[in-house]
Ligand binder design. Structure first.
Ligand SMILES: [Ca+2]
Ligand SMILES: [Ca+2]
Length: 336
């Protein structure tokens, strides 16, 4: 982990249900996706778009001034969609020059390629607007073979082989060591395959070198931890306090909203600080309280999910019993 990114969480390297589970659990697994965005193509053969923002607060440009963003697309479970990224356009609607496609070699097994052959990825070199201002871009996905359905877009820093949100010499070394590996081989490292074409070669190395210095603080996950001081007695999420405190980590500057699933209590919102940490105080109703936690970040990513209930019980023990502090931790899901 890069110490400058204490809140960053790695992503599962496979999209689809596996990564959603990983995201629900928020366990640190290998991967380099900094944002995951779901979408749906409702008409057979139709298209669907997502607009995102590259801003100087959350992205550091490499020396070239162009940050190479990779965009993967995968079908959601149960979807018959054959998704294809038709392209990326800038705020004026012009196609981003230099955008390249990769497509897995048909015939490679799904496990070998992680995504199977029903996918494609693009690498797109993006810039800030003049004056180092934020710029918006739109990626469009089409249902090939007259298909429709749900998909996931995964955004990554091309060449970030270890998924820590920065492309540097360490990544370049990893890719160099992996040269020659194909998706069917045991030494294949998905994240080292910068252009996602199923093989690691000099093209991936060139992308990483070109992107060296690129960095992002956008995070694909949000955590929500009940402050142990808010959990009286045993750390069991049963408390005698009517007002409790949660902390967590998310994309810096993101808005975070806690909503009572039973709608007994007004939603409470806060904003994460520049390090991605947030803190929120929430009132409880009597009995079990289930909160939906949702966040929206500057990139345009929205994450939402439900955290483990917290029970307000005036009869809950208040004595200070020392227990393992990890029992109060919980996480949100990302099924928005
Ligand atoms: Ca890295
Ligand atoms: Ca490659």
């Amino acid at each position: 982990m890069n110490p400058s990114h204490p809140s960053r969480r790695r992503r599962a390297s496979q999209m689809g249900v596996e990564s959603l589970e990983g995201r629900q659990l928020l366990t640190g697994s290998a991967g380099s996706t900094f944002a995951i965005v779901p979408g749906t193509i409702s008409q057979n053969g139709g298209t669907s778009s997502f607009t995102f923002t590259i801003d100087p607060t959350h992205f550091t440009m490499p020396k070239s001034g162009k940050i190479v963003i990779g965009i993967d697309v995968a079908t959601q479970t149960g979807s018959s969609l054959v998704p294809y990224i038709t392209g990326v356009t800038d705020a004026q609607g012009h196609a981003v020059a230099g955008t390249t496609h990769a497509r897995y070699t048909p015939g490679l097994t799904r496990t070998a390629t992680s995504y199977g052959n029903q996918t494609s990825a693009v690498l797109t070199p993006l810039t800030l607007a003049p004056g180092n201002k934020a710029e918006t871009y739109t990626v469009t996905v089409k249902g090939e073979k007259n298909t429709s359905g749900s998909y996931l877009l995964g955004f990554y820093l091309a060449g970030d082989a270890n998924g820590d949100g920065i492309v540097n010499q360490s990544d370049i070394s990893t890719i160099r060591q992996g040269i020659g590996a194909k998706a069917s081989s045991t030494t294949y490292n998905f994240d080292a395959d910068a252009n996602r074409d199923g093989m690691i070669n000099r093209a991936d190395l060139a992308v990483a070198e070109r992107n060296s210095g690129a960095m992002t603080t956008v995070s694909p996950s949000i955590s929500a931890n009940l402050d142990p001081a808010s959990d009286t007695g045993v750390q069991d999420r049963i408390t005698a306090l009517q007002t409790v405190h949660f902390t967590g980590a998310v994309t810096p500057g993101a808005t975070v909203t806690f909503t009572d699933s039973n709608q007994n209590i007004a939603p409470v919102s806060t904003t994460a600080n520049a390090s991605g940490n947030y803190s929120v105080v929430v009132n409880l109703g009597s009995g079990s309280n289930t909160f939906d936690v949702s966040t929206t970040d500057a990139f345009g990513q929205k994450i939402s999910g439900t955290i483990a209930p917290v029970t307000y019980d005036t009869n809950a023990p208040t004595s200070l019993i020392t227990v393992a502090p990890t029992s109060s931790s919980s996480s949100t899901t990302t099924t928005s």
